[in-house]
Write a protein that binds this ligand. Structure first.
Ligand SMILES: [Zn+2]
Length: 307
């Protein structure tokens, strides 16, 4: 008798085990469950939040690709700067359009899952955005559970709230909410999506990135796809799953074309300085970034706006 769990995204019982992975950090294998109704892929068991300690943020934890310490100390010296500039550009374009929120002169921006605060610092340093209606000041807030959130509050003076504190904020608090590579770390995405949807102003934009499990690379690699890190990536999405999640939360999918976000992903994966140098040059070739985008389905994953 199968004891397949209900889907953690849509609640359907129409799920099946798709495979398992063993990892040195866990005595038990991690099981991937696929939902046949919403295409969500979710991992059991779920690793406790304590995995997000200082070692994790320094790249000595389960994900060697992150180095948030460098980002915390000097984000301008890291490759993530291209990602931050891309996100601010996308937000600025959105704010320049007719359906964007118009109330108030400031742009209230929540970075949900702010990690070591690189994007918060970039936004604070950027200070303002230029829109057809004039210059608007950026007011930033972060939210996270990791070891850096306290440091960002006390050492860097940021307004960083826990998810529980976010839930106490009034409806429509933000023009822009970013959730960059964060939703894959959350066991039940539905309540979080409803919270973010409620906190967006009408016309506000949710800038969300996460791996695309329906991309050509993911289909080719299966559970060997690099994004399958079951200790931390416990919720895995494809465009259809995201669209359904947005719809259930009252949001409308919105597709954007990423550039700097893809540049960062390419350089982050380089490994050695020589490969990084080669990739940096490859990114200048016409079509290379678009090819990577197609392969990994980055821009195929929708963002969302509140109607
Ligand atoms: Zn489902």
């Amino acid at each position: 008798m199968s004891s397949a769990p209900s889907c953690r995204a849509c609640g359907s019982k129409n799920t099946r085990a798709r495979g398992s992975q063993r990892r040195p950090s866990s005595p038990l294998p991690f099981i991937y469950h696929a939902c046949d109704d919403c295409q969500f892929l979710f991992v059991e068991p779920v690793t406790p939040d304590s995995v997000y300690d200082d070692a994790y943020y320094d790249g000595r934890g389960v994900d060697p690709m992150v180095n948030y310490r460098a980002e915390y100390e000097n984000y301008r010296g890291t490759d993530r700067l291209s990602e931050f500039e891309d996100l601010l550009g996308l937000a600025t374009r959105h704010l320049s359009r007719g359906e964007a929120p118009r109330g108030g002169s400031d742009v209230h921006w929540l970075d949900f899952g702010c990690g070591a605060g690189g994007l918060l610092k970039f936004l604070r340093d950027s200070a303002a955005v230029e829109t057809p209606l004039g210059q608007r000041q950026l007011k930033v807030m972060g939210s996270d559970v990791g070891s850096y959130s306290q440091r960002l509050r006390t050492e860097a003076g940021f307004d960083v709230r826990s998810p529980e504190e976010l839930a106490l904020l009034p409806d429509g608090s933000f023009d822009i909410i970013s959730a960059i590579e964060v939703i894959e770390h959350i066991a039940e995405p539905g309540p979080v999506m409803r919270l973010l949807a409620r906190l967006l102003k009408p016309g506000g934009l949710l800038l969300l990135t996460t791996g695309n499990l329906a991309s050509p690379m993911a289909r080719w690699r299966g559970l060997k796809f690099g994004y399958c890190m079951p200790e931390i990536h416990i919720s895995l999405f494809c465009p259809a799953t995201l669209c359904r999640l947005y719809g259930d939360a009252g949001l409308i999918p919105e597709w954007v074309r990423y550039r700097g976000v893809i540049t960062f992903k390419v350089l982050k994966s380089a490994g050695s300085p020589r490969r990084r140098w080669l990739l940096r040059h490859a990114l200048r070739l016409p079509g290379f970034r678009s090819f990577v985008d197609l392969l990994y389905g980055t821009s195929a994953m929708p963002c969302a706006r509140r109607p």
